[in-house]
Design a protein around this ligand. Structure first.
Ligand code: ATP
Length: 362
């Protein structure tokens, strides 16, 4: 078990900075996601937690002990690089017990431990099979078995499902999460897939360009994005951005969007200049009357809902409606924005303005 506290972590490679002053805490037993686009510094952060890379500055504390400058071998963390990295010439039993045998465990202890791990993973029936002939799923279970058998304090996983096709990926994601819930070991998991992060994670750190943009539960990240980057990266379709020049007074409950009043959650800070009103597609509905109008340019039917794209004075807006709503291309409709769910951003900083919606988060 491990609580991992990251404070002002920084990594430079020559004059390139891969991770900049990152701070977040991974609570004991959490399934924790490091999420962000390619090159944002996720893997470098994970490798620093595991001790495979030493930080340039900042600290990593495991259960209150500063391990920042200690090598990987002294951190008791299992790094699951690639689920399929197994010894092909050995059978399943040998693949799993190899770390124990090489540590000099006696036979009876090895057997008892193998039995326990095989039960957790449900792989008793394949223990004597060579790994070469196993299905992808079984191979992945064996690779996990080899990590679990050591009883590390925490698991680090770098895009473990990256190479799998969509359907199998979803099944393995569920299995991994269920396994974690049974074992309760702290797990840090790198992904660039926002849906995977939302579905699997207890907490998510969203990174971009070497910095932590936001850190929170999937619900906090989705409902109250701290920046325009997070609002755009999380959700599919992503949040609509309606830019406007305007003023928001402290405690205001509406903004003037080019002559049209739109309700907002009560503002906790004022701002003026170039602002952006952010609204998720499911928080906008199509109505017959209203000052904010758009012309339908596309409809994407998804069975249980549909996504209607409209052209407005503020650019393209996507609305998620019930599947029964008819919306023909060329039709004009009024847009009703749910004023309780709106996030306002300062366009130049990209930062969300504080409001009753996100107070305490930003
Ligand atoms: P990806 O999903 O593409 O792996 P990532 O978010 O995991 O992306 P990192 O692998 O952490 O990103 O890399 C962050 C940046 O640091 C990249 O620009 C990468 O080229 C650079 N980088 C990583 N390792 C090194 C290294 N050893 N030397 C120099 N630059 C490095």
């Amino acid at each position: 078990m491990a609580r991992i506290e990251i404070t002002d972590l920084r990594k430079e490679f020559g004059d390139f900075t891969a991770v900049r002053e990152s701070s977040f805490t991974i609570e004991d037993g959490e399934f924790f996601m490091l999420l962000g686009p390619s090159g944002c510094g996720k893997t470098t952060t994970l490798r620093m937690i595991a001790g495979l890379e030493l930080p340039t500055s900042g600290t990593i504390a495991i259960d209150g002990e500063d391990v920042s400058q200690r090598p990987a071998t002294e951190r008791d963390i299992a790094f699951v690089f690639q689920m399929f990295a197994l010894y092909p010439h050995m059978n399943v039993r040998k693949n799993i017990t190899y770390p124990l045998v090489s540590q000099g465990w006696d036979k009876a202890r090895v057997k008892a431990k193998l039995d326990e791990v095989a039960t957790i993973l449900g792989i008793h029936d394949i223990l004597d099979r060579p790994v070469g002939g196993l299905s992808g799923g079984d191979r992945q279970r064996v690779a996990l078995g080899r990590a679990i058998v050591r009883e590390p304090k925490a698991f680090m996983m770098d895009e473990p499902l990256g190479a799998l096709d969509a359907e199998f990926r979803e099944r393995m994601a569920e299995e991994l999460r269920a396994l974690h819930d049974r074992m309760g070991a702290t797990t840090v998991y790198v992904t660039h897939d926002q849906l995977e992060a939302m579905q699997m994670g207890d907490k998510i750190v969203v990174m971009n360009n070497a910095v932590v943009e936001q850190f929170g539960t999937p619900r906090e990240i989705y409902d109250t994005p701290a920046t325009m980057f997070v609002a755009d990266f999380i959700g599919d379709p992503s949040m609509n951005f309606l830019p406007f020049d305007g003023t928001v007074a402290k405690r205001a409950t509406s903004v003037d969007l080019a002559g049209r009043a739109v309700a907002i959650p009560a503002a906790r800070e004022g701002a003026e200049g170039r602002l952006v009103l952010g609204a998720r597609p499911e928080h906008i509905s199509l109505t017959d009357d209203g000052p904010l109008r758009g012309r339908v340019v596309a409809t994407e039917y998804l069975g249980t809902s549909q996504v209607v794209t409209l052209e407005t004075d503020f650019g393209e807006v996507k609305v998620r409606t019930g599947a029964d709503r008819r919306a023909a291309a060329g039709e004009t409709a009024a847009l009703a924005i749910d004023g309780k769910r709106v996030t306002l951003f300062d366009e130049s900083s990209g930062r969300a303005l504080r409001s009753e919606l996100n107070e305490g988060v930003v």
